[in-house]
Design a binder for this molecule. Structure first.
Ligand code: OFO
Length: 167
């Protein structure tokens, strides 16, 4: 059985994951309308992954005798200045998500809920990968700068990069 404190923390995390999914969905849609099909594909997949992170939490809360809350979502931004600003926003967002996950882990330790603590370790590792991937992408983008040909190749590369990531 989950304590109220843990249940609240997990429900808060459900909101974060749902909001992440919505945020990346909006980025994906923007990229698609800009003709950046590789970037769009990467972000659509990323959005789906966040939804999966949310669902995993929903199922866990309910299986442990709690009640998951499916939250209302905020409208994400509709457009971005550049691909660079998209990935910068993505990395900032993921850094905040990591802090929130660490907070849930801390609550688990305070409450001595080792089962939820164990469950949350999956999210801890996932964040390491996601932040590293976002940093790699931003490094590539800073090499490209304003070079349109470079951006074209980056867009193509991203399709294969994410293909490997999601396997
Ligand atoms: Fe992007 O992370 Fe979920 O957890």
């Amino acid at each position: 059985m989950l304590t109220k404190k843990i249940q609240d923390a997990l429900n808060e995390q459900i909101l974060t994951e749902a909001q992440s999914s919505q945020f990346y969905l909006s980025m994906a849609s923007w990229a698609e309308t800009e003709g950046l099909n590789g970037v769009a594909r990467f972000l659509y997949q990323h959005s789906d992954e966040e939804r999966m992170h949310m669902l995993k939490l929903v199922r866990f809360v309910n299986e442990r005798g709690g009640k998951a809350v499916i939250p209302e979502l905020k409208q994400p931004p509709k457009k971005w200045e550049s691909v660079q600003s998209v990935f910068k926003a993505l990395l900032d967002h993921e850094t905040n998500v990591t802090a929130e996950i660490n907070n849930v882990v801390e609550i688990c330790l305070d409450e001595k809920d080792y089962t939820t603590h164990n469950f949350m370790q999956w999210y801890v590792s996932e964040q390491i990968e996601e932040e590293a991937l976002a940093r790699t992408i931003l490094d590539k983008l800073s090499l490209i700068g304003n070079d349109k040909g470079g951006l074209y190749l980056f867009d193509r590369d991203l399709e294969s990069l994410h293909g490997q990531e999601s396997e």
